[in-house]
Design a protein around this ligand. Structure first.
Ligand SMILES: CC(C)(COP(=O)(O)OP(=O)(O)OC[C@H]1O[C@@H](n2cnc3c(N)ncnc32)[C@H](O)[C@@H]1OP(=O)(O)O)[C@@H](O)C(=O)NCCC(=O)NCCS
Length: 157
């Protein structure tokens, strides 16, 4: 996961230890996708301790060879469907203004689920330090089951 985060570009790369700890303690709200023995993508997430109805999606990464094929959408749909079984009603993630792929991912997910999406700066450039774009909080919901992975014919249901 550390390697994929580095290859993906645009992500703050955590230590190998951090990813291992994440997989130990937050496996229920995280997912990996494998293809032919390779790691193709992952999502790390957690339920917010102060708001357990909210799944915070921390990092989404899809390897360069596996992009634009719906993998991130499928992982997000899979994770959210499982979390909704346990009472989650909202999905949150922060996205930088320059990250068009990520913006499309969350907008598409919200549209597929007929859910509202709000956007507000969570962490400013000043808080994040020099050279870091602001992190804009995308909040999606309330969500209703069944969860759809993405927009488009033949997906819902
Ligand atoms: C963001 C990322 C995870 C998307 O993964 P992906 O598997 O290619 O995404 P999907 O194929 O599921 O596409 C999801 C939606 O976004 C759109 N999309 C994906 N990449 C896009 C791009 N570069 N430009 C515009 N739209 C894009 C797709 O068309 C799709 O929209 P649709 O459902 O309306 O058709 C991947 O580009 C990535 O790993 N980027 C680097 C790391 C990163 O920025 N992570 C997110 C921040 S936490």
């Amino acid at each position: 996961m550390e390697r994929l985060a580095r290859e993906s570009g645009g992500l703050d790369v955590n230590s190998g230890y951090a990813y291992l700890l994440w997989c130990r303690d937050f496996a229920d709200t995280s997912v990996v996708a494998r293809a032919g023995g390779r790691l193709a993508g992952f999502i790390t997430g957690y339920r917010r301790p102060a708001a357990p109805d909210t799944l915070f999606v921390w990092q989404v990464a899809v390897g360069p060879d596996f992009r634009r094929r719906g993998l991130a959408s499928r992982m997000l749909g899979h994770l959210t469907a499982a979390a909704c079984e346990r009472g989650v009603r909202f999905v949150e993630a922060t996205v930088t203004p320059g990250n068009k792929a990520s913006q499309h991912l969350f907008a598409s997910f919200a549209a597929a689920n007929d859910a509202r999406i709000t956007r507000d700066v969570l962490f400013s450039e000043r808080e994040l330090g020099s050279g870091h774009e602001p992190e804009v909080l995308h909040r999606i919901g309330p969500l209703a089951r069944p969860i759809a992975a993405r927009r488009g014919p033949g997906v819902r249901g």
